[in-house]
Design a protein around this ligand. Structure first.
Ligand code: SF4
Length: 205
């Protein structure tokens, strides 16, 4: 089954699902619709965005026109709606907002994509990020809580290391999960910062 066909099967006519900050639905006539969840019940008043390239531009900045380096940060702009006649076109639009996120979920759910433990990601860093690999479990938990938990919509699917596997995430009839299968550059940078800070404290004159 292609990704577009999977999307179609997850969103049969007359149903709706949440996907990150998006509300997805499919009308009885088969049209796919997406808008920001905060705009539920007011789709008549929303600005229509027809193309995936315009949606990609929209996703670059938050409501204060600040750049959004992390596309799964919980600050997507409101006030728009997009409609697609078919699942292939709709998938392009979802990818413009959350690049690769739907594909990651499908591969994970099918058991074709295993999450990478945080320590494996950190241990293969080079250059100035090399030291990130020496984080403690406490620092790892702080990253998960502060960087990921507060600044990102993704649900973490990776364990800290092979010794502590996490439970597998599951979808529901109402939600397409937005998951993280490998720590991103923000988490890696934070690991480096925490290790550096601890080193400087220990070696303070
Ligand atoms: S590591 Fe994953 S969950 Fe954490 S901020 Fe990066 S993308 Fe989000």
């Amino acid at each position: 089954m292609t990704l577009a066909e999977t999307l179609e099967s997850l969103l049969p006519t007359g149903t709706e699902r949440r996907f990150g900050e998006l509300q997805l639905s499919r009308s009885d006539s088969g049209e796919f619709v997406a808008f920001h969840r905060n705009n539920r019940g007011m789709t008549e008043d929303l600005r229509e965005i027809a193309s995936h390239t315009d949606l990609r531009e929209l996703a670059k900045f938050d409501s204060k026109e600040e750049y959004r380096p992390l596309k799964t940060a919980p600050n997507l702009k409101c006030g728009w709606v997009t409609r697609s006649p078919d699942s292939e076109n709709f998938l392009k639009k979802l990818d413009a907002i959350y690049p690769g996120v739907f594909a990651t979920w499908v591969a994970y759910d099918l058991g074709e994509h295993d999450p990478t433990p945080l320590r494996s990601t950190l241990e293969r860093q080079t250059g100035m990020y090399k030291f990130a690999g020496s984080i403690t479990d406490q620092m790892a938990n702080e990253i998960m809580r502060e960087t990921c938990g507060k600044g990102c919509l993704r649900q973490i699917a990776w364990p800290i290391d092979d010794r502590c596997p996490v439970s597998r995430l599951t979808g529901s009839p109402r939600v397409i999960p937005v998951i993280c299968t490998e720590a991103c550059t923000f988490a890696v940078s934070e690991a480096r910062r925490l290790v550096k800070e601890a080193y400087e404290k220990e070696n303070a004159p």
